[in-house]
Design a protein around this ligand. Structure first.
Ligand code: Q9C
Ligand code: ZN
Length: 342
């Protein structure tokens, strides 16, 4: 299996994040990507390719032009306003407040285009996010050109980002951008299977009304875990997309036997939908020692996860999402990929 990666993705270097009422060291850090890349090479998974620049058009198929302009131009505006540290929003247009007209001030812009205060935005963020999306697109093109699988070593991650908002360490929704690109380049049906510990709220929202992209997510119950406001079992799509979103919220402490039952159901849905490509939003934060998560999967369980996905026999694009136990991240990630490849 080929891997796509660009060192430009390391330009996003968050220092601190807000968690549990404190400024604490950021967990979505560049070494995450480096350790996965090291393990891909050490275990000889396959060639590592650099992404090509796909430009803005495939991003605009998922994100709004105004949001993309915000990301591109924000750092200049922030520093022009006299700020120097990484940016955090502190006020949002919630129920009864107006998202439009879009504010002019940097603090208003941050709130207009985000949904949490846990996602530092810094000098290299926009450039890294674009490289991460190009990584997903380049890997998607490998699948379109006939590869049975590919690994997009994306960072920053993407699945919490919606059409016009960032959050959850995510800025551009790499998996959604890749899924849409595959739809636009010959695939009639694409499925996104999200196995990150956190619900993929951005991906779900992007495809919620559509029957051509199936969204399946197995995650910690949002009643007790981030992102709190999406990912409940009754969310099943709307309008023409009714029945094309499925969620498996699981209790804190879930280990492999219970996880595998949900995975089995998700695989049954994949079989019925019969997609031409499966995009796996590959978070490794269900790991038992993940520092911000509370599931109990082991290193061997990630091998089992990959084996089960391999048995589907479908072209599969793996897109890296979360996973914060950095010392074990490379092993867990490549376990899924090797399990898949058999
Ligand atoms: N005290 C991804 O895995 N904040 N994003 C958690 C913990 C948000 C995770 C705070 C977690 C976002 C891609
Ligand atoms: Zn996650």
């Amino acid at each position: 299996m080929k891997t796509v990666f660009s060192p430009v993705q390391l330009a996003h270097r968050p220092q601190r994040e807000i968690a549990d009422g404190e400024l604490v060291p950021a967990v979505e850090i560049p070494s995450r990507a480096e350790i996965v890349l090291d393990e891909v090479k050490r275990r000889r998974l396959g060639d590592v390719l650099s992404p090509d620049a796909f430009g803005r058009a495939p991003l605009e198929r998922v994100h709004t032009p105004a949001y993309l302009d915000f990301l591109d131009g924000f750092w200049n505006r922030w520093t022009a306003a006299g700020r120097s540290g990484e940016a955090f929003p502190y006020v949002w247009p919630v129920r009864g407040l107006r998202a439009d007209p879009v504010p002019e001030s940097v603090d208003g812009l941050l709130g207009r285009y985000s949904f949490d205060a846990g996602t530092p935005l810094g000098a290299g963020t926009a450039e890294a996010a674009r490289a991460s999306a190009d990584t997903a697109l380049t890997a998607a093109r490998l699948i379109r050109d006939g590869a049975g699988s590919a690994f997009a070593l994306c960072r920053p991650p993407g699945h919490h980002a919606g059409a016009d908002y960032y959050g959850g360490y995510c800025f551009l929704n790499n998996a959604a951008i890749a899924a849409q690109w595959l739809r636009d380049h010959g695939a009639a049906r694409v499925a996104v299977l999200d196995v990150d510990y956190h619900h993929g709220n951005g991906t779900q929202a992007i495809f919620y009304d559509r029957p051509d992209v199936l969204f399946l997510s197995i995650h910690a119950d949002p009643r007790v875990e981030y992102p709190f406001f999406l990912g409940h079992a009754e969310e099943a799509g709307a309008k023409a997309g009714t029945g094309y979103t499925r969620n498996w919220p699981l209790p804190l402490g879930t280990d492999w036997p219970a996880y595998a039952r949900a995975l089995e159901e998700a695989c049954r849905w994949l079989g019925v939908f019969s997609p031409e490509v499966v995009v796996v939003s590959l978070g490794l934060d269900c790991f038992e020692r993940d520092p911000i998560s509370k599931f109990g999967l082991t290193g061997d369980d990630f091998l089992r996860l990959g084996q089960r996905l391999g048995r589907l026999g479908l072209p599969t694009l793996f897109v890296l999402e979360g996973g914060y136990a950095v010392d074990a991240l490379g092993r867990n990630c490549v376990n899924v990929l090797e399990g898949f490849a058999g």
